[in-house]
Design a protein around this ligand. Structure first.
Ligand SMILES: *[C@@H]1O[C@H](CO)[C@@H](O)[C@H](O)[C@H]1NC(C)=O
Ligand SMILES: *[C@@H]1O[C@H](CO)[C@@H](O)[C@H](O)[C@H]1NC(C)=O
Ligand SMILES: *[C@@H]1O[C@H](CO)[C@@H](O)[C@H](O)[C@H]1NC(C)=O
Ligand SMILES: *[C@@H]1O[C@H](CO)[C@@H](O)[C@H](O)[C@H]1NC(C)=O
Length: 233
């Protein structure tokens, strides 16, 4: 683990900002709507079909919300939280994850997931917390991640993710659009290329940006000083 470099240009400003406030949001209507039930169960079963060692309770009942399958939390019969960490799950994360449209928190840390991060994660508009750290994910950071406009926490540390840090252009979104993000934990991967100048700008509200343990080249762009909230880089 390398030492963290404190960025003096931003430190003073950051100390004045509130540090621990999460904007967890949950705006779903009350009134139970069970019409999504078969759909929810089907989506989870589809995910599970790609896993060699799913949690034991998965698939044992018809309704993953009523007698909750391990790590599953629901609201109005829709999955809002999926929290499966250090459970020894092996396998890939299939595109079906994109159908859990009410998901706000997705934690798949410390398991043995491999394969790539599916583009479809980018369609989870309500996602605020994404932790895929300490697995064996490969492939690139999908540019579709840039569509997660409510994302607060983005942790993909300790995988084998390669390629560049994607920033937006005329055709595709990128990480520079994640204005709500406070945490970028990208350390211990195989990311390459330079850190794009465009990644940092006035509208970013990042606290922690962790890049060490990659093969990134070049210098840290001066634009980092525009991010007034930053505490640790
Ligand atoms: C996300 O949350 C908002 C309220 O914050 C809600 O209106 C919306 O239906 C939710 N689902 C999606 C897919 O955006
Ligand atoms: C994931 O790992 C298993 C071995 O545990 C391997 O058979 C499979 O091909 C890998 N899948 C991908 C997409 O890398
Ligand atoms: C790391 O990325 C480079 C390309 O930048 C690639 O050639 C190499 O195979 C990757 N290594 C692993 C372990 O994924
Ligand atoms: C920052 O926000 C302002 C006001 O919403 C907007 O006009 C500007 O285009 C944004 N800049 C970037 C780089 O996103």
């Amino acid at each position: 683990m390398r030492t963290l470099i404190f960025i003096l240009c931003a430190l003073v400003a950051s100390l004045q900002t509130g540090f621990g406030s999460t904007d967890s949001q949950d705006g779903l209507e009350t009134g139970v709507d069970v019409s999504h039930l078969p759909f929810t169960a089907a989506a989870l079963r589809a995910l599970m079909s790609e896993w060699q060692s799913p949690p034991p309770s998965w698939g044992t009942t018809d309704d993953p919300c009523e007698t909750p399958w391990e790590g599953v939390s629901c609201k109005d019969s829709r999955v809002t939280i999926l929290k499966l960490s250090t459970m020894g799950i092996k396998g890939t994360l299939s595109a079906d994850i994109g159908t859990l449209s009410e998901l706000t928190i997705l934690i798949l840390a410390g398991c043995s997931f491999n394969g790539s991060i599916p583009d479809e994660l980018g369609s989870l508009q309500n996602l605020s917390y994404l932790a895929l750290n300490s697995n064996q994910f490969t492939g690139k950071i999908p540019s579709s991640m840039g569509k997660l406009s409510n994302l607060y926490w983005f942790d993909i540390a300790d995988n084998q993710i390669s390629g560049p840090l994607p920033v937006s252009n005329e055709r595709e979104p990128g990480l520079d659009l994640l204005h709500q993000a406070k945490h970028f934990h990208f350390n211990k991967n195989n990311l390459s290329g330079s850190i794009p100048e465009k990644l940092f700008h006035l509208n970013m509200t990042l606290f922690h940006v962790i890049f060490d343990g990659n093969t990134l080249t070049g210098r840290i762009p001066d634009s980092i000083c525009l991010v007034r909230t930053i505490m640790v880089l």
